[in-house]
Design a protein around this ligand. Structure first.
Ligand code: NAI
Ligand code: MG
Length: 347
C-alpha cells in the first residue's frame, strides 16, 4: 500500500467530465490524511481530436506511464467518425500498457432494480482478456466499396496471452468465498482458439484443486446470465465474448449507471486504468443527469488495485447505502449524488 497516489485523470467527453469530477471528490474524501493524492488532468478525447487531429501520441504515452494509475471518464462524440477514438485512443492505450485483464464486477445491490424477475442473487466478476482475440487489428480489406468487397478480422490467441489471463482468473476465484470459475467460449465451432483456451484452462485448473470449474458456450452463457445469474462467480473469456457478455451483465445487475471496470496490468509494469463501462452519453451530457456511481465504484477498484482495500470497501458500502435509499428520494443531480457519497465516505 502506497502513501502517495500519483493519478492521471482523463475526464474525456460528454458526461465523462461530470462523473470524473464526482469520482475525484469521493476519492479525496476516502483517503486518509497521510496519503498524498496528486492528480494531473489530460484533455484526450473528441475535443482534442477536433482541435489538433491527435488521439494519443507516443509522447502522451510516455507521460501517462509515469503515473500510478489512470482514471478515465469516457471518450466519444457523434462528430468523430466511428473507430477513430476507439482504435486511436482506447485500444492503443490498452495495447501500449498491456492491459490484458479487463475486470468487470457485477453485483446486484439492495434497492437496485433489475429487469429480471424476482431479486436474484447476482455477484460475479468477468475477467475479459484485453489484448488479443479479434481486437488486434489483424485483418484487411480488398475490393473495398465494390460488390466484391472482402474483409477479414482474424482472432489472435496466443498460449502466453491465454495462460496469463486464465491464471489471473483462477487466482481471483480462489480468493472469493464460492471459489468457482467458468470458462466461456465457443469451442465447438471456433475449434482452434477453443482448443487453446480449453487446454490451458484445464492445465491451470490442476494447480487450483479448491476451485470448482465449468465450461459454457457463449450463446448458452447469455441464457444463463438472464435465467440463472446466481450460478456465476468468476467468468473468464476472450476479448470479444467478454465485451458482449459484460454489457448483458451490466444490464441485469442494475444498469449502466453502476457498472465499473478496470483495465489492469497485473505486473504493475504500466499503470492500470479504471473507468465506468458507459460511454460519453451525448444525449444527457452537460445536464447534470448522469449517475456518477459507476465512476465512484471504478475508483474503488482503483484503490483496491493500489492496495487501499479498506478505503475501497468504504466507497463500495457508501454506494450501496446510497442506492438502497434512492427509491425514497427525489431525483438528484450528478454533483448532489457525488456530495452524498463523499459525505458518507468521510463520515
Ligand atoms: P453510452 O453508454 O454513452 O449511453 C447509452 C445510454 O445510457 C444513453 O441513453 C445514456 O444517456 C445512458 N447512460 C450512460 N451512462 C449513464 C450514466 N452514468 N447515468 C445515466 N445514464 C447513462 O453509450 P453510447 O450512446 O453507445 O455511446 C456514446 C459515445 O460514447 C460514443 O461515442 C461511444 O463510442 C462512446 N463510448 C465510449 C466508451 C469509453 O470511453 N470506454 C464506452 C462506450 C461508449
Ligand atoms: Mg462494450
Amino acid at each position: 500500500m502506497s502513501r502517495s497516489i500519483n493519478l492521471a485523470v482523463i475526464p474525456g467527453d460528454g458526461i465523462g467530465q461530470e462523473v470524473v469530477a464526482e469520482g475525484l471528490k469521493v476519492l479525496s474524501a476516502a483517503l486518509p490524511q497521510d496519503v498524498k493524492l496528486e492528480t494531473k488532468e489530460y484533455d484526450f478525447g473528441a475535443r482534442r481530436y477536433h482541435a489538433t487531429g491527435e488521439t494519443l501520441t507516443d509522447a502522451d504515452l510516455d507521460e501517462l506511464k509515469r503515473h500510478d494509475a489512470i482514471l478515465l471518464g469516457a471518450i466519444g462524440d457523434p462528430g468523430v467518425p466511428s473507430g477513430v477514438l476507439e482504435r486511436g485512443f482506447l485500444l492503443k492505450l490498452r495495447f501500449a500498457f498491456d492491459h490484458h485483464v479487463n475486470l468487470r464486477p457485477s453485483k446486484l445491490l439492495p434497492g437496485v432494480a433489475t429487469p429480471l424477475a424476482g431479486q436474484p442473487e447476482i455477484d460475479f466478476v468477468v475477467v475479459r482478456e484485453g489484448t488479443e482475440g479479434p481486437y488486434t487489428g489483424n485483418g484487411g480489406t480488398i475490393r473495398k466499396g465494390t460488390p466484391h468487397e472482402v474483409a477479414t478480422e482474424v482472432s489472435v490467441n496466443t498460449a502466453f496471452g491465454v495462460e496469463r489471463v486464465v491464471r489471473d482468473a483462477f487466482a481471483r476465484a480462489q480468493a472469493r468465498p464460492r471459489k468457482k470459475l467458468t470458462l466461456v467460449h465457443k469451442n465447438n465451432v471456433l475449434t482452434f482458439a477453443g482448443h487453446l483456451w480449453t487446454s490451458v484452462f484445464d492445465k491451470v485448473a490442476e494447480e487450483y484443486p479448491e476451485v470448482t470449474t465449468e465450461y459454457i458456450h457463449v450463446d448458452a452463457a447469455t441464457i444463463y446470465l438472464v435465467t440463472q445469474p446466481e450460478r456465476f462467480d468468476v467468468i473468464v473469456t476472450d476479448n470479444l465474448f467478454g465485451d458482449i457478455i459484460t454489457d448483458l451483465a451490466a444490464a441485469v445487475s442494475g444498469g449502466i449507471g453502476v457498472a465499473a471496470s478496470g483495465n489492469i496490468n497485473p505486473s504493475g509494469e504500466f499503470p492500470s486504468m479504471f473507468e465506468p463501462v458507459h460511454g460519453s452519453a451525448p444525449d444527457i451530457a452537460g445536464q447534470g443527469k448522469a449517475d456518477p456511481s459507476a465512476t465512484v465504484l471504478s475508483v474503488a477498484l482503483l484503490l483496491r488495485h493500489l492496495g487501499h482495500d479498506a478505503e475501497a470497501v468504504r466507497i463500495e458500502d457508501a454506494v450501496s447505502a446510497d442506492l438502497a435509499e434512492r427509491g425514497d428520494l427525489p431525483a438528484r443531480s450528478t454533483s448532489q449524488i457525488g456530495d452524498a457519497l463523499a459525505a458518507r465516505v468521510a463520515g
